[in-house]
Design a protein around this ligand. Sequence first.
Ligand SMILES: [Zn+2]
Length: 165
Amino acid sequence: MTGTDRAGGANGPAGRGGTGGTGSTGGASVPGKPGKPGPTPVPASEPFWAAARRGELLLQRCRGCGRHQHYPRVLCAHCWSEDLEWVRAGGRARVWTYTVVHRPGHPAWAEDVPYLLAIVELAEGPRLLTNLVRVDPAEAYVGMAVRAEFAPRGDTALVRFAPDV
Ligand SMILES: [Zn+2]
């Protein structure tokens, strides 16, 4: 899509709903190779990324209706309450859907293919877009039990999931 744009901005593939923000890319890598764009925390998501740096998975929970949500928002997606708290999630999930990527949308991932992009359903309920790691693509399946792990990336860490053995 935007693969030839080498202008300084280096923003990654679009996030959800125009969260804005600038900078904070994957940073320097091998000269001549594109760096991997990293997460761009915004005020609503900063606690999530700060926790990931510490190796913790946090979710928002609504004090009004008691439900968890992800991605982070300023309102409860279920009842619109603003009374949200951050709680630690257990990290256990099941693969809800996945795809095997052979042609990445950004050249920085060219050497990683094939890799698994997945939506997992956390035990607490919310679903999360992520990567599956240490899974042979031929052996992935919907319903597979997986567990969160954290991969440092720049100032934060990416949340990935590996088989829960
Ligand atoms: Zn609620």
